[in-house]
Design a binder for this molecule. Structure first.
Ligand SMILES: [Zn+2]
Length: 296
């Protein structure tokens, strides 16, 4: 997209509205990119260290939205200074059930930790297990094909159940996994106090063809969902014989408080790290990714 002098339309109107909100005086909000709008864009670009050509391309467009978001947040939340929150959210250590090489504890940011504990309470009550392969990812961890550069793990919003605690032995694993629509899974916890169910369980060895098993289970995917945790899709390659690490049945991410088209990866990093801590790390370059647009 490129908006410049004499452009017309809804996007121009959006640019004018944002500039007006931010105090850059673009003239009337009329959808016509005139001289005043161009001058306001140049002032905005200069102030934001962008190439000041008076043209709204994708960088300026993104920066405008981010600046608006910060502006709104500043009005709502007086703790925010210079656009960044000065009070960080705590990381909380939460317990998990050790299973084989899994962990017996991991870290989440405070609100996600509290939501996780509500899920855990219900699972333990029914006699089930919640295992862990960890949650918090180091900011300096290398980004690779199997690790998203903008993973929720960096922001304290994601957890992984132990990767070896399902899809191996349908009759004994603490979890069983069933296909549930387009590359999605439904994960069940085996628990005496659960419901009696029949589940078409898949394994790493038999990925496309489930086998019916019965037992007592809790629908963990549904339980997580009630507390704001969403599943993610398996990688396409998983179904065509690719690495078992593409299954992703174990991953749940806490999406409460995120707004599609508004929340950015950078905003979320800044809730748990200071800018000083993150600005030289590899993930910081992805800070402008927007939730639901180019950050999932
Ligand atoms: Zn994960």
């Amino acid at each position: 997209m490129n908006l410049r002098e004499n452009s017309r339309g809804e996007d121009v109107k959006t640019v004018q509205e944002i500039l007006k909100q931010l105090g850059f005086k673009p003239g009337g909000v009329d959808g016509w990119y005139g001289e005043k709008t161009e001058a306001a864009v140049i002032r905005f670009q200069e102030q934001h260290h962008l190439y000041a050509d008076g043209i709204v391309g994708s960088n300026t467009w993104r920066e405008l939205h981010q600046a608006l978001h910060i502006h709104i947040e500043e009005q709502i939340n007086p703790q925010v200074e210079n656009g960044y929150q000065t009070e960080l959210m705590d990381w909380k250590r939460v317990p998990a059930d050790k299973y084989r090489d899994g962990y017996d504890r991991f870290f989440l940011r405070q609100d996600a930790a509290e939501a996780y504990m509500r899920v855990r309470e219900r699972v333990i009550e029914a006699g089930g297990k919640l295992t862990s392969s960890g949650a918090r990812r180091s900011l300096n961890a290398a980004v690779s094909a199997s690790r998203s550069a903008t993973s929720f793990h960096y922001t304290g919003r994601a957890l992984d159940l132990f990767v070896g605690s399902a899809m191996e032995n349908r009759n004994r694993d603490p979890f069983v996994v069933a296909a549930d629509g387009d590359r999605c899974w439904r994960v069940y916890v085996r628990a005496e106090g659960g419901e009696s169910m029949k589940i078409e369980a898949v394994t790493y060895g038999s990925r496309n063809q489930g086998r019916l098993i019965s037992g007592r289970f809790i629908d963990l995917t549904a339980l997580f969902e009630t507390q704001g945790f969403k599943r993610i899709r398996a990688r396409r390659s998983f179904f065509t014989g690719g690495s078992w690490l593409g299954a992703e049945w174990w991953h749940f991410q806490y999406e409460n408080g995120l707004e599609k088209g508004v929340s950015t990866f950078g905003d979320e990093l800044l809730k748990v790290y200071t800018e000083k801590q993150i600005r030289r790390t590899p993930v910081w370059q992805y800070r402008t990714r927007i939730f639901g647009v180019n950050w999932f």
